[in-house]
Design a protein around this ligand. Structure first.
Ligand SMILES: [Zn+2]
Length: 249
């Protein structure tokens, strides 16, 4: 259980002198509920497509529906929740087809990226990539799911940034975040560790300027990531009260 993820980012407002404008306590409740629903989604207690009933959530936490609505709006902005007019809020359900298309485009672009990186990378670029991998390896073993998802994606974006291909870095970053929900929900710690180990192997091939090997490793890495995410058995849609119970005050 990820105890850290359950702790909302509370600022010690109560103990601070009240010279600044007072922070509404609702803001705190909104954060707490948004964090609880996020944890329930990424820990598979709430399945994609599960309905998030305002009234039920309000009752579970003993807060107003307005606060629940604010939390749901915030989650919708992060693409974790989909709001449907007249139907309410649901856990987002990214389509498998969309994810497959995203991975297909990534495979094309990243073959080019490997070639360009192999061609242009300097000692400083390799040093930066190694520093990133060190950070990545330190995080993958932990349960900080959002942190590791971001770092694993950053490996690819950083390669493009280091060689100055800003357009490619932007496109890759967008493609990677389109799959963020799928990754957040379906990537196990073991798969994350494996993914990071593959990054290490890719960088090693690049350092010996073996473009053929690096391209083959990148291709295999993207295929494997896609397979491990998309064909993972889905968690069943749990009862809302049960899914959120651990977090109710
Ligand atoms: Zn990767």
């Amino acid at each position: 259980m990820n105890a850290k993820a359950l702790t909302p980012n509370r600022t010690p407002q109560a103990t601070e002198p009240s010279t600044a404008a007072p922070v509404a306590p609702e803001q705190d409740s909104t954060q707490t509920i948004a964090a609880a629903i996020t944890s329930a989604i990424i820990e598979h207690r709430l399945a994609p497509g599960a309905k998030l009933t305002e009234q039920k959530i309000a009752a579970i936490y003993g807060v107003s529906r307005t606060i629940v609505r604010q939390a749901l709006f915030q989650l919708a902005r992060d693409h974790l929740v989909t709001l449907e007019p007249a139907r309410g809020a649901f856990v987002s359900k990214p389509s498998v087809e969309e994810a497959q298309q995203v991975f297909a485009v990534r495979r094309m672009l990243e073959q080019h990226l490997i070639e360009e990186f192999c061609d242009k990378a300097t000692t400083a670029d390799f040093r930066a990539m190694r520093a990133h991998l060190k950070q990545e390896q330190a995080v993958v073993g932990r349960v900080d799911v959002t942190g590791r998802t971001r770092l694993l994606g950053d490996f690819h974006v950083l390669m493009a940034e280091r060689i100055g291909n800003i357009v490619l870095a932007q496109i890759l970053s967008e493609l990677i975040s389109r799959c963020a929900l799928i990754t957040l929900m379906y990537q196990s710690s073991r798969a994350a560790q494996h993914s990071s180990d593959e990054h290490v192997a890719i960088l090693k091939a690049l350092e010996s300027r073996d473009v053929k090997l690096a391209k083959a490793l990148m291709e295999a890495h993207l295929r494997e990531t896609e397979n491990s995410l998309l064909y993972h058995p889905r968690a069943s849609s749990a009862d809302l009260k049960l899914a959120l119970a651990a977090y109710a005050a």
